[in-house]
Design a protein around this ligand. Structure first.
Ligand code: GCO
Ligand code: MN
Ligand code: MN
Length: 387
């Protein structure tokens, strides 16, 4: 089996992911920074499809117009030569001290306006590079203290900003689809719109909800102790899976951004199966980074590992879908009854009356075993490579 990543697999990395220098809250960087154009050539070499960026991953926050132009020329040259694309762009609304108490939800009107201005400019940059997905990760949109501001105000500010951005995108003809990225905490004590469900609910309150969807991240739902595969399924069900951040994470800890499949292999398998079976055709973005223990060689091992594991799990999903014993167990598990389905699929007075008159063998139905022990064991054996 050939698990070599190709551009058609749509694997992408952020400049900030393979470019991560290994800084953590307790320690200094352990690796030197990598130049953006160098990252582009390296990613293309290992089979990636695209590279994503925050405005300031490429253009320093204080760059002059001339510096911006020079950096952009070098970067676009690398894209052109390597064939890499930029499918997604985003704004850094968290590093600069001005955002210490939020960006779009900052209680200070001046800072909210600055955050909006910075995002408009970052959208211009992304559009120039061809991005069609715009990620909104509100890392600083949150609070440690609830005494200062009513959360309802914060949500109203947030809504105002997102509505503004959507109109701006349309007025410029950028064609962006905005992907909200929920996270429960870190860097804020509590972040607004902490999980996928919360973001889905909020989108329904926006002026142009069709322009907004989700960028769920494996680590983020897992930090909250939630089932990421279920969260992604809900986003797909709502037609809102616009992008995805793949990585791994031990449950209920700080954001670890581990290599995809490093920790929760079974969940990674069902995630890949879900993405592939559902026909998701967006980028498979790895928002993760090499362990702080690694040097540059380790960074590329990390990046190759993310893609290779995805492809191996994709092949496992194909085997799972074609395994006669597994499929027979699933068919038996999902007991079908056409006549009853016809009654319950849609309400009518007749259907309701027929249903009420129907007799059910309650005890017999309750007695039947689901067969899940066998099914789950076969899944494990398939993943362990003995099937
Ligand atoms: C995190 C987030 C970020 C975002 C990125 C793009 O937990 O730090 O996942 O990495 O994905 O800022 O918006
Ligand atoms: Mn994250
Ligand atoms: Mn992310």
């Amino acid at each position: 089996m050939n698990y070599t990543p190709q551009p058609q697999h749509k694997f992408t990395f952020g400049l900030w992911t393979v470019g991560n220098v290994g800084r953590d809250p307790f320690g200094l960087p352990t690796r030197p920074p990598l130049e953006p154009d160098y990252i582009v050539y390296k990613l293309a070499e290992i089979g990636a499809y695209g590279v994503n960026l925050h405005d300031n991953d490429l253009i320093p926050i204080d760059a002059t117009a001339a510096e911006r132009k020079k950096i952009l020329a070098r970067f676009t040259k690398a894209l052109k030569e390597s064939g890499l694309v930029v499918p997604m762009a985003t704004t850094n609304l968290f590093s600069d001290p001005i955002f210490k108490d939020g960006a779009f939800t900052n209680p200070n009107t001046k800072i909210r306006a600055y955050a909006l201005q910075k995002t408009l400019r970052a959208m211009d940059l992304g559009a120039e590079l061809g991005a069609k997905i715009y990620v909104l990760w509100g890392g600083r949109e949150g609070a440690e203290v609830d005494a200062g501001m009513n959360t309802l105000d914060a949500l109203a500010y947030y809504r105002e900003a997102l509505n503004f951005l959507a109109e701006y995108s349309e007025s410029q003809g950028y064609g962006y689809r905005f992907a909200l990225e929920p996270k429960p905490n870190e860097p804020r004590g509590d972040i607004y719109l902490p999980v996928v469900g919360a973001a889905l609910g909020f989108i329904a309150t926006l002026d142009k909800p069709h322009l907004f969807g989700l960028n769920p991240e494996f680590a983020h739902e897992t930090m909250a102790g939630l089932n990421f595969v279920h969260a992604v399924a809900q986003a797909i069900d709502a037609g809102k899976l616009f992008h995805i951040d793949l990585n791994d994470q031990k449950m209920s800890r700080f954001d670890q951004d581990l290599r995809f499949g490093a920790e929760n292999l079974k969940a990674a398998f069902f995630l890949v199966k879900l993405l592939e079976d559902s026909g998701y055709d967006g980028p498979r973005h790895f928002d993760a980074h090499a362990l702080r223990t690694e040097d540059e060689a380790g960074v590329w091992e990390f990046a190759k590992g993310c893609m290779r594991t995805y492809l191996i799990l994709k092949e496992k999903a194909r085997q799972f879908n074609q395994d006669p014993e597994i499929q027979a167990l699933i068919r038996a598990y999902k007991v079908e009854d056409k006549a009853l389905s016809a009654l319950t699929r849609k309400f009518s007075p007749q259907n309701a009356a027929a249903l009420k008159a129907r007799k059910f063998e309650r005890a017999a139905l309750a007695q039947r075993g689901a067969g899940l022990e066998r099914l789950d064991q076969l899944t494990v054996e398939l993943l362990l490579g003995v099937r």
